[in-house]
Design a protein around this ligand. Structure first.
Ligand code: MG
Length: 213
């Protein structure tokens, strides 16, 4: 895959599942959290997992889904402390750093646009130093809308104008990519395997990258 760098000024990149292995996040929510929650509440592991997933499902695509404060209150657990306990699993996807260096060479407007909460971003920066590759790091909480919403893109534009026709955007969420496409972003790519430990379950209507480099 060759990007059309001559026609790209702005690079917008998702973090989890795009630059960092989604395995950390899926392990945390699908394995680690059900175990902790089951132990604390005297539940069977499978019951805890089902209950937790149905709670998560109710908030899909909203800021709550991505909000550690929301889940700490809803579950009565310190989510950031628990994430810290499995932080050794935070890792780059293969070739992500080489790709980020290339982005820096090709563009002077490289922005991270993530639905991750700022506290989670800080934890990931601590483990990866990923901030060094960006001109700007934006959490959707601070724009008050997740990337799935049109309002996110309007606010992003207000913060610092960019030409959607000359913008590259890479993300592993189909709903988010659709939202970017509705905003008129031209160069849109998806990720073939966001989580190194499992195969992607759903197809994408956007070109899928096997590797970033
Ligand atoms: Mg993602």
């Amino acid at each position: 895959m060759q990007f059309d760098w001559n026609n790209i000024d702005t690079v917008l990149l998702d973090m989890d599942g795009t630059l960092l292995d989604l395995h950390f996040d899926s392990h945390f929510w699908l394995e680690y959290m059900p175990r902790v929650w089951a132990t604390r509440n005297g539940l069977m592991l499978e019951d805890a997992r089902i209950k937790l997933l149905s709670m998560l499902d109710q908030h899909t695509g909203t800021l709550n889904w991505y909000c550690v404060d929301f889940w700490s209150a809803a579950l009565g657990l310190d989510i950031m402390e628990l994430k810290g306990q499995v932080a050794h699993k935070i890792a780059y996807r293969p070739t992500a750093e080489a790709f980020l260096r290339r982005c820096q060479q090709e563009s002077d407007d490289v922005r991270m646009v993530t639905n991750a909460h700022r506290k989670v971003l800080e934890l990931k920066i601590m483990k990866t130093n990923i901030d060094q590759y960006f001109d700007q790091l934006l959490c959707s909480h601070e724009l008050e809308h997740p990337k799935e919403d049109a309002e996110f893109w309007h606010k992003l534009h207000q913060l610092k104008a960019f030409d959607p026709q000359r913008t590259l955007f890479i993300d592993d969420s189909e709903a988010v990519l659709e939202s970017a496409a509705r905003h008129g972003i031209k160069h849109i790519y998806s990720i073939a395997q966001p989580d190194s430990s499992m195969h992607r379950k759903t197809p994408s209507r956007f070109p899928m990258l096997n590797t970033l480099a």
